[in-house]
Design a protein around this ligand. Structure first.
Ligand SMILES: CSC[C@H]1O[C@H](OP(=O)(O)O)[C@H](O)[C@@H]1O
Length: 356
């Protein structure tokens, strides 16, 4: 099936879900805290607002965080004083870097923006060039997702439709469009190779229930929502052939930080002889860190566990442990797919052969 690359900047040309829009003077973010009840767009005109939106998870998902931060830097140049513009943009980059610690795409995007900033000779120049760079980061992410979907399907070499299971939300909402792991699910569906996708609800923030289910139902892709605790029983049934997830940071040895619960899923997949695939752009690979234990893991407020939708489901005073990512060791992963190529059995070569 031929696919026309959707343009995230041309809403009329693309029927696909879009979560980030660049207006030139502002960035618009589809507020993911309010989905699926409401499609509410935030219009943000400065870097501090973008940083807050990332922190509060109005925008989330590793690539989407990086893209938003890049637009935040572009906005900082626009709003800067003629005399102090360089210092003001530097401060904005520092503020954005504090937003969330785990997804390396944030730091990767800020580094790209910083190196363009270093080449700018005037505020006017910076306004134009930083916006161009942010748009390039956005477009490249969408292109990477489409390329990864092709590479993943080739590696899966399916001769008949299969069921898969996914965790969290790795779709258009989490990326520059189309999705990473969910992009592979979309492509399987387009190629009539998807029986159904099981979507873990993904406690505590419910990215699976609120976002993945919303995206897939909207696009007519057969999805079954399940409690996270049901994943083992689903894999035991033998219907699911692949677990497909995204990533927030992949270290040089092929370890993968992803949404909390991913590690348990990988253990279950190995036990049930189900293949385990990670799909992430090269902007998620951090070759400066050797292993997963080096990755800073974000812990969020205990209210995310004690409450659901603002309603208490546990005693207010109970102690809570709320790490929002875990690390899956390379030896539990069968395949890592990036837009630059595929790594089979990453425990053997790590990411060195592909990106070293
Ligand atoms: C396409 S990567 C999405 C990635 O982001 C998620 O985390 P969060 O919702 O906290 O930003 C999760 O780890 C996903 O795999």
């Amino acid at each position: 099936m031929t696919r026309v690359t959707p343009d995230p900047f041309d809403q009329s040309a693309s029927p696909d879900t879009v979560a980030i829009r660049w207006l030139g003077h502002a960035v618009q973010l589809l507020d993911q805290r309010r989905l699926p009840q409401e499609e509410h767009w935030l219009t943000i005109e400065g870097a501090a607002g973008v940083s807050q939106a990332i922190r509060d998870m109005a925008v989330r998902g590793a690539p989407a965080i990086g893209i938003s931060a890049a637009y935040g830097v572009a906005l900082a140049a626009r709003g800067a004083d003629e005399r102090d513009w360089r210092t003001e943009v530097d401060v904005a980059i520092a503020v954005l870097a504090e937003s969330r610690p785990t997804a390396v795409n944030l730091f990767w995007a800020l580094q790209r923006m910083e190196s363009v900033l270093r080449q700018c000779r005037s505020r006017e120049d910076a306004v134009a060039r930083l916006a161009e760079e942010a748009i390039a980061i956005h477009r490249e992410d969408l292109a990477a997702n489409l390329a990864m979907a092709d590479l993943a399907l080739a590696a899966m070499a399916l001769d008949k439709p299969c069921a898969v299971l996914t965790h969290c939300n790795t779709g258009a909402l989490a990326t520059g469009g189309y999705g990473t792991a969910l992009g592979v699910v979309r492509r399987l569906h387009e190629q009539r190779l998807l029986k159904r996708v099981y979507a873990d609800e993904t406690r505590p923030w419910l990215q699976g229930a609120r976002l993945t289910a919303w995206e897939l139902v909207k696009d007519g892709i057969p999805v079954i929502l399940n409690a996270d605790g049901a994943a083992g029983a689903i894999l035991a049934q033998g219907d699911v052939k692949w677990v497909i997830v995204g990533a927030d940071r992949i270290t040089a040895n092929g370890d993968v930080a992803n949404k909390i619960g991913t590690y348990g899923l990988a253990v279950l997949a190995r036990h049930h002889k189900v293949k385990f695939m990670v799909v992430a752009p090269s902007s998620t690979v951090d070759m400066t860190l050797e292993r997963g234990s080096d990755i800073p893991i974000e812990e969020r407020d205990g209210r995310e566990i004690r409450q659901v939708g603002g309603i208490a489901i546990a005693p207010e005073k109970v102690g809570v442990f709320n790490p929002v990512f875990d690390v899956t060791p390379a030896n539990l992963i069968d395949l890592i797919v990036t837009e630059r190529g595929v790594v089979h059995n990453p425990e053997v070569t790590g990411m060195h052969k592909l990106l070293g």
